[in-house]
Each structure stands twice: as C-alpha cells, then as structure tokens.
Design a protein around this ligand. Structure first.
Ligand code: ADP
Ligand code: GLC
Length: 467
C-alpha cells in the first residue's frame, strides 16, 4: 500500500481509517501486506528501526537524500520515508497559511521512494496506490521505468477515495518531477492546460477501484466526474466499486474507551449517559436530555453539504432540538457554525477542532447523525453512527446511498435545503414515537459493515490481476 495517510500514524480523514484497517484485514486473510507512508513530523522515530541510510531520490536535476524506517501496527509492517526537507512539517498537506506549494515535489519524491522500496526491501506482486499522492507510482512505472525489468509483471491498483482532489499543477512542473515534457498531452497528464496526476494514475494503473458501488457509477457522469468522467468511462472495465468497512475494534459502543458508558443492542441503557455526557461536553443543559440531539463530525468543506444547513438553519432551529458539531476546515463553515452557536447558545454547541475522543462521544451521545453531503465516495461516519444506534439523515449519494435504507435511516435525493428539512422532519417525527425509534436504532446497530467482506473483494481483485 502506498498512501499519504494511515491510522494510527497520520490522519486527516477516512483514507487513514481505510488503509489502517484494510491492511490488517487483508493480513488476516493471509495476504502479505506492507504499507509505505511519509514520515511526517507528528510520527515519532522512537520505536521505528532505520532500515536504509542515504537513499538518493532524484527528481529531475535535484537529488534529495532520505532514509527508510520500519515500524509495525497490528502485525502489518510499515515503512516510512524520512526526508526532512519535504516532510518534517506540521501538517500533512498544508498549514494555517494554506496548501504547501511544493506538494508535487513531496509526493513525487515519495512515489519514487516507493519504487526504491520495491527494488531493495519489500518486493510485492501488486502495488496498491491511494489517491493522487501515490498516482505517480503507476505513472513512473509506465514512463520513466518502462523497460526496467524490476517492474516486469508487477501490477498496480489505484484507489480513488475522492475525485475532488486530483493533484493539479502547472504544466511546467514535469521536468521537476523527473518526467518528460512530452507527457503534457491530452491522452496523458495534460488536463485543461494543467498537469493532473490523478488522471495519469487513472490511465497508467492496471486496475482502478473506488470506495462504493454507487460512487463508481457517479464518477462516470459529468455531474460527479470532475472532468475525468471521460477517462473513467473509457476505463470502466478496469474500475470496481468496493465499499469501505468499519474497524469495529475502534468503533463499537460495547468497548469504546472514549465514551461515558458502554452499551449494545441488548442493553441500550448506557446511551442515555453518553447523551448526558455529550451535552456536558458542549456546555448544553442536561434539561435537553428528552429532546432530539443532532450530531455532526466532519471536515468542514463544500463536499459535505453544509451550505444546505446554512440555507435552512433558521427553520431547523425552530424545531425542538439541539445540535452539536465537531469539525475544522473552510473558514466559511467554521464561521457559520461558530455564529450559529453564538446565536443559539442554549441549542447549539460547536467545537472547531480535530478531536478524536470527542468524535466518539458525538457518535455515541447523539440521537441523529447529519450527513447531507453533496457527494460522498463512501463515508465512514454514517456507518459508525449505525453501530452506535445514532440514526443517520443523509443525502442519497455515493456510499451514503449504499449503506443507509428505510429501516436504518433517512435519505433525501435533491440537493436542496427543502429536501434536507423534509428528511429531518421525518426523522424527528419518528423520534417522537419511541417504539419506531428503538426499532430503527436496533436495525442499524445490527448491520454488519466490518472489513471482512470488503477485504475479500480486494483479495479477489488481486488474484484476478496476478492470475
Ligand atoms: P472524509 O474522509 O471525506 O473526511 P469519512 O466519513 O470517510 O470522510 O471519514 C472521516 C473520518 O475523519 C472519520 O474517522 C471521522 O471521525 C474523522 N473526523 C473528521 N473530522 C474530525 C474531527 N474534527 N475530529 C475528529 N475526527 C474527525
Ligand atoms: C474520502 C471520502 C470519503 C471516504 C474516504 C475513505 O475522503 O470523502 O467518503 O470514506 O475517502 O475512502
């Protein structure tokens, strides 16, 4: 696995959960898996073993000197690229000022180093790359190293976790990342006058996957293809949708160490205590225990549909309910939620932060989980919510559509505030009828979205490729 994120080492979103839990699930099936990650500043070298010194990484005329470290998580070996000028920084992709301007160099060096790892340390049959940050791996294999016997017979898989992030750069960067400028053409890396690394990965990988069946269809249409629908349609035969799983060793109210009380479908008692604890955490009165409590945990970005909540905030808060939101991201939405809490301090609690324990408390303590995404490749939070008996209200897109049905939650189709409000009112009405509500909670809690089935689908794909 070549990836820019994996739990427990580096995380900004669901990609980290996926690689961090798919890998041990594959290992449990007998696959010999290793993961390759950049060594960001937050990853301590304590406990890691240095396995390669002075690895030269050439990018065009420039050479970086790097080392490789090895660690382990749940039996899976992890290799880390230590290259301080590129990765010894506070953020993964950027800081308070914005995205790092040299990320093409950072992830080009990382992808080149992945090929050195393959050459020198861990020789796989398949390199499974994730998102644009690893898309240069198949590109290098098919261009710079075409004809290099090291890579003969080796297959590449590229997983798309989010087509909204493509690795778009100025057309002039190709020599800086060691690629021939002749690749700047429409049937290769050129995309509307810029270089598109994800596009290159889509063209040069042996197989493509994305993280739900519905999203695999949606990205072949102009509406959600982000300009790559043509490339994806041409490669439809190579593209499979495999739904993400949930790591129930981390996300289960029976065992969750972060929540105020444990509970299960056999005994829901503890959930009320979790709700009280959540109200406390957001400084909302415990007098609200009887009211429906809505929860949000999210990157605060356009994809997640917060403009719909903006549109209907006033009507939403006319209802007899409370809302708690945890997230960071776009200043526009951070401000929206902060202002909303300032305007309705008795009903709305907001935490602008990345806070893992609090994310667990929201999953456990809320009654309803809100995910009105404009698009959602898979989404994990709605599946976490099901396990915690927190009924999801979602937009019927991507993985949300594939995982939520009328027995377990509420869905709306149209991307409008009206449609969101209607679904939410249906949820509030159901909440008002304890019998219906408990049945929905239990139906969701009993659904199984563990990695087992999805890991088996990846194994089958690997087998097809190596047959
Ligand atoms: P995405 O990858 O698009 O952000 P997912 O639903 O796949 O969406 O995964 C999001 C993951 O990130 C979940 O594990 C969620 O709990 C976590 N997460 C998102 N925002 C926060 C936050 N502010 N604090 C803690 N965890 C967060
Ligand atoms: C992306 C998507 C999310 C998905 C995650 C892991 O960040 O936005 O829907 O669950 O990747 O695949």
């Amino acid at each position: 696995m070549v990836t820019s994120e994996a739990t427990p080492f580096a995380k900004t979103g669901g990609l980290a959960d996926v690689v961090g839990s798919l890998s041990p699930a594959l290992r449990a099936r007998g696959e010999d898996v290793a993961v390759f990650l950049p060594r960001y500043r937050a990853i301590s070298l304590d406990g890691l073993t240095r396995v390669y010194d002075d690895l030269p990484i050439w990018l065009g005329p420039v050479c970086y000197s790097a080392s490789l470290y090895q660690g382990e998580d749940r039996g899976v070996p992890y290799y880390f690229l230590d290259c301080p000028p590129l990765f010894d920084r506070d953020g993964l992709y950027g800081d308070a000022v914005g995205d790092y301007p040299d990320s093409h160099l950072r992830f080009a060096a990382f992808s080149r180093a992945a090929l050195d790892l393959v050459r020198r340390i861990f020789r796989p049959q398949i390199i499974h790359c994730h998102d644009w940050q690893a898309a240069l791996v198949p590109i290098y294999i098919r261009t710079l190293f075409a004809g290099d016997p090291t890579f003969f017979g080796l297959k590449t898989v590229l997983s798309i976790h989010n087509l909204g992030y493509q690795g778009l750069f100025d057309g002039a960067i190709l020599p800086d990342i060691g690629l021939d400028p002749s690749l700047f053409r429409p049937d290769s890396l050129e995309f509307f006058g810029r270089v598109n690394l994800l596009k290159g990965g889509l063209l040069y990988s042996d197989a493509l996957t994305t993280v739900s069946r519905k999203y695999a269809q949606e990205i072949r249409t102009p509406k959600l293809g982000f300009g790559l629908e043509g490339v994806l349609s041409d490669r439809a035969d190579a593209l499979t949708g495999i739904l993400n799983g949930v790591d129930y060793s981390q996300w289960d109210p029976r065992t969750d160490p972060f929540i105020a009380a444990r509970y299960s479908p056999d005994n829901l008692e503890g959930k009320r205590e979790c709700k009280a604890d959540l109200l406390d955490a957001f400084s909302l009165s415990r007098e609200n225990l009887g009211r429906p409590l809505l929860g949000i945990v999210s990157r605060l970005v356009g994809q997640k549909g917060f403009d719909l909540i903006e549109q209907v905030a006033a009507s939403l808060l006319d209802e007899d309910l409370c809302l708690v939101a945890l997230g960071t991201g776009d200043p526009r939405y951070e401000r929206f939620f902060t202002d909303l809490a300032a305007l309705h301090p008795e009903k709305v609690g907001v935490r602008i932060a990345y806070d893992e324990p609090l994310a667990h408390k929201v999953e456990a303590g809320a009654d309803i989980f809100l995910m009105p995404s404009q698009y959602e490749p898979s989404g994990l939070n709605q599946m976490f919510s099901l396990r915690y008996g927190t009924v999801p209200v979602v937009r019927a897109t991507g993985g949300l559509d594939d995982t939520i049905d009328a027995e377990t939650g509420f869905k709306f189709e149209d991307y409008t505030g009206e449609a969101l409000l209607e679904a939410l009112r249906a949820a509030l009405a159901a909440y008002g009828d304890p019998e219906t509500w408990t049945a929905m909670m239990l139906a969701g809690m009993r659904r199984d979205f563990s990695w087992q089935a999805s890991a088996a689908e990846y194994s089958a794909l690997y087998r097809r490729l190596t047959a």
